[in-house]
Design a protein around this ligand. Structure first.
Ligand code: UDP
Ligand code: MG
Length: 330
């Protein structure tokens, strides 16, 4: 299969791409049959319109479910083995890891592009037509699905999500706002992604750093078709902290700033105390206490910040991210 898709690329863009749909599934037994039906129709339409190759597939990744999701995936696979495939993770490793596992499986199977989406069909499947067109016709290597409206999400989810995107951007990480994990990635960007060996995965942050020509497709986000969200508040907070700490060492740098600020306050007080000595209204003992408190505190914070700078460097080094990825050479 790998050789076949190489031919697809070499023989030019006229050939229709082999596209894999990758869906992470965690306890999705309630809605998976419906999702498979919708995707079967979608794939048939895309193949008939010659937008994708008939060797394209849907890949379900079972993220260690315990409600019979894998047995259902086996059944769906048995109903049409060419169209539906599955990958079973031995235990629950979370959405991002499950998605990564699926993308890498699609890449190794020799796809030309992979579209990742949630198993609950909250993301409009029809937007994938436009994604594939941008990939094939405009040569976009990555096409992001962006929610044009989130009115179907709860007020809480919408606002916490917006807050997260703002903090994340402020921390210096690149993200596409209102984009979750509904996106198309071509073979080259999958290859680049495969070189990221970090264990704490936050794909929404990594993918924009890959580069390449990108495109966007806007769609309306729907409600969950079946079952309930697998992202309760606890997981959402953990996800946000994971995102920020795996991308930014800014929190460490804050300590340095607080240290400098504290030293400045201490110096200000020192000046005030000296002035009050000369103007004869000094309070005995107060000046030495306050100045040493702020100055020592400041120096301690600054030292912590300096250690933090090194810890930050070590942290980034341990990720062993690729320094660069060559897109083409002539
Ligand atoms: N998911 C997963 N592992 C988990 C949690 C979620 O694979 O530990 C999958 C889930 O089956 C779904 C997708 O990730 O396909 C997004 O989850 P969900 O729809 O519950 O999140 P929400 O849309 O509420 O943010
Ligand atoms: Mg969902």
């Amino acid at each position: 299969m790998a050789n076949e898709s190489k031919e697809t690329l070499i023989s030019g863009d006229k050939k229709t791409p082999i596209v894999y749909f990758v869906l992470p599934c965690y306890n999705e037994v309630e809605g998976l049959n419906h999702t498979a039906d919708v995707l079967r129709q979608k794939m048939t339409q895309l193949i008939n319109e010659s937008l994708i190759d008939s060797r394209s597939r849907v890949l379900f990744v079972d993220d260690g479910s315990h409600d019979g999701t894998w047995e259902l995936i086996e059944k769906i696979h048995a109903s049409d083995a060419n169209l539906f495939g599955g990958v079973k993770l031995a235990h629950n490793r979370g959405h991002q890891n499950a998605l990564y596992a699926g993308l890498m499986a699609a890449y190794s199977a020799g796809c030309d592009a992979a579209i990742s989406m949630d198993a609950d069909l909250q993301d409009d499947v029809d937007a994938s037509d436009e994604m594939i067109k941008q990939f094939s016709e405009q040569h976009c290597e990555i096409v992001y699905g962006v929610r044009s409206s989130r009115e179907k999400d709860t007020w809480f989810k919408r606002n916490t999500a917006n807050l997260f995107y703002s903090v994340f951007a402020w921390m210096g990480a690149e993200t596409i706002s209102n984009h979750a994990d509904y996106r198309l990635m071509g073979k080259a960007s999958l290859e680049a992604l495969s070189q990221y060996r970090e264990v704490n995965l936050f794909l929404r942050g990594i993918v924009p750093t890959l580069g390449f020509k990108t495109g966007k497709v806007y769609y309306k986000r729907g409600i969950r078709e079946a079952g309930e969200s697998k992202y309760p508040l606890k997981k959402m907070i953990a996800f946000a902290i994971e995102g920020i700490t795996s991308f930014s060492t800014k929190p460490l740098k804050f300590v340095t700033s607080i240290g400098v600020l504290s030293i400045l306050v201490g110096l200000g007080m020192l000046i005030y105390v000296i002035v009050s000595v000369f103007t004869n209204h000094a309070v005995i003992g107060w000046g030495s206490m306050m100045c040493s408190l702020w100055l020592i505190g400041g120096f301690l914070m600054l030292s912590l910040g300096i250690v933090g700078e090194y810890v930050g460097k070590i942290y980034l080094e341990t990720k062993q991210r690729p320094r660069y990825y060559v897109e083409t050479s002539l």
